[in-house]
Design a protein. Structure first.
Length: 256
C-alpha cells in the first residue's frame, strides 16, 4: 500500500499565489469533442459547444438558488475523502448554504483557516434529509433534473448535482464511474490511476493543492482544467480530486 500523508501548513506562516500557478496548468488527459473512439479505462475531457444543458444551467443560477429555491432543505457535509454522511453532516436551507459557504469573500489563506462545507451528490440524498423524492437530490427539482443530458453516454443510474464556492472541491477519493459536466465556473482536476492503493489524510482539497505545489505527490498523476460546458469522464475507482477557481455548479451522470 502506498500511503501519502498531507503536511498541513500553518495558515499564518505562508503565502503562495495558488490560483495564478494552477491556471498555468496544461491538460495531460485527452481532450475530445465526442465519445466516439475514446479509451474508456482512462479519464478524458469532452469539450463540445453544442452540449450545453442550458435549461438546467439557467434554472440553477446562483440568483435562482437563493431567491427561487432558497427555502429548500439540503444536506451538506465536510468536503473530505470519506463518503457522506460523516459526523459533520447536517441539513440546512439552500440560501443559507449559498451565502455562508459559496459566496464567501475569503482569500486562499483565510479559506484554509475557516469552517467549510459542501453540497454535492450524496451529501444531499433525500434519505439523509428526510424529504425523499424518488431517491433524488433535494436541490434540483425533478422536472429540471430530467432535462440534463449525459451527451455521448447511456442513461445513468442516477443524476447528481452540486454547487460550491471558490477554493472548494473534493480531495482525492474514488467510486464507480462518473461523467460530470461543469455548468458554470472553472475548476482543476487531478487523477491517479486506480492501480494504486492509497490512504489519504482527511482534509480538504485546498490543503492538498498547497501540499502538491510545495511537496509534490510521489506517484504519477494527471491533471486538467475544466471550463464551463466541459464534461469530465472518470473511470471506475480512478482516484480524483477537484479544486475550484470560482463558484461552480456541477451536474453528473453516475453509473454503478
Amino acid at each position: 500500500m502506498i500511503i501519502y500523508f498531507l503536511l498541513l501548513p500553518l495558515v499564518s506562516s505562508f503565502h503562495i499565489d495558488v490560483e495564478h500557478i494552477l491556471l498555468q496548468t496544461e491538460c495531460t488527459i485527452p481532450i475530445v469533442s465526442s465519445t466516439h473512439g475514446v479509451t474508456w479505462d482512462k479519464p478524458f475531457l469532452l469539450r463540445n459547444e453544442n452540449h450545453t444543458n442550458d435549461i438546467l444551467k439557467n434554472e440553477m443560477s446562483i440568483h435562482n438558488l437563493i431567491h427561487k429555491y432558497g427555502n429548500t432543505t439540503i444536506g451538506i457535509d465536510f468536503p473530505g475523502p470519506a463518503p457522506p454522511p460523516t459526523d459533520a453532516w447536517r441539513s440546512i436551507n439552500l440560501d443559507e448554504y449559498i451565502n455562508k459557504y459559496v459566496l464567501h469573500n475569503k482569500s486562499y489563506e483565510e479559506y484554509l483557516g475557516s469552517e467549510v462545507a459542501i453540497c454535492w451528490a450524496a451529501t444531499d440524498i433525500c434519505e439523509f434529509t428526510g424529504t425523499c423524492r424518488n431517491k433524488s437530490q433535494n436541490m434540483v427539482p425533478m422536472n429540471v433534473s430530467d432535462t440534463f443530458d449525459c451527451y455521448g453516454m447511456d442513461e445513468p443510474v442516477r443524476k447528481v448535482f452540486g454547487v460550491a464556492g471558490k477554493y472548494g472541491g473534493l480531495p482525492f477519493h474514488h467510486h464507480t464511474l462518473v461523467y460530470n459536466q461543469l455548468l458554470y465556473g472553472k475548476k482543476i482536476w487531478y487523477f491517479i490511476d486506480n492501480k494504486y492503493d492509497i490512504d489519504f489524510v482527511n482534509s480538504t482539497s485546498a490543503y492538498y493543492v498547497y501540499d502538491l505545489l510545495t511537496e509534490g505527490i510521489p506517484i504519477p498523476y494527471d491533471t486538467c482544467i475544466q471550463e464551463a460546458g466541459d464534461f469530465i469522464y472518470v473511470p471506475d475507482y480512478y482516484w480524483h480530486m477537484t479544486f475550484n477557481f470560482e463558484t461552480v455548479f456541477m451536474a453528473g451522470c453516475a453509473y454503478d
